[in-house]
Design a protein around this ligand. Structure first.
Ligand code: ATP
Ligand code: MG
Length: 152
């Protein structure tokens, strides 16, 4: 099935308007006048991007910024979700894709998550023959990049 990633990103973000405005976050998305179509399962792609955008909102403080961007290369589509949030300490980066793993429970306690989101995301990305990368600096911010191959 053909899925327009730009449209999907806008639809997801529209469902999160309340949390975004409560935290006074500045959100930058790819222009809604463009479209980037990939072959995939719409529900799964929705779940991947929803989890990453929800995390960016949850783990970014008042007045921070979130940017979702799409880059197309000859062989891949790369979707990045960046935030200026709390970041992930280097020693925990390898662990965040584990089921039920949450960095510093005390710190994220009031966000009420289960620690399953990223484990599911990784599984879904891999079922699309994709890859997920993570760059983060504690106290500065985090970027998750999902890389989907362009199937010819
Ligand atoms: P849920 O299952 O509701 O998504 P969760 O958000 O705690 O719960 P994951 O989405 O799997 O679980 O994330 C695992 C942990 O990775 C989080 O608890 C948090 O510590 C860290 N994390 C994830 N995304 C970010 C981010 N954008 N910035 C900082 N830390 C993050
Ligand atoms: Mg989460």
């Amino acid at each position: 099935q053909d899925v327009d990633l730009v449209r999907l990103i806008h639809t997801i973000t529209n469902t999160m308007t309340k949390a975004i405005s409560e935290k006074n976050l500045e959100v930058t998305l790819p222009p809604s006048t463009e479209s980037v179509i990939i072959e995939g399962d719409p529900d799964r792609l929705n779940q991947i991007l929803l989890n990453l955008i929800a995390n960016a909102i949850t783990y970014t403080g008042e007045g921070g910024s979130i940017r979702v961007s799409i880059e197309i290369t000859s062989s891949n589509v790369r979707v990045s979700v960046s935030d200026t949030g709390i970041g992930i300490p280097e020693e925990y980066i390898p662990r965040v894709f584990e089921r039920f793993y949450r960095v510093d429970k005390a710190r994220s306690r009031n966000s009420g998550g289960t620690g399953l989101g990223l484990a599911i995301v990784k599984h879904l990305v891999e079922s699309h023959k994709g890859k997920i990368e993570l760059d983060s600096v504690e106290g500065e911010g985090t970027t998750f990049t999902v890389i989907f191959p362009i199937l010819q």
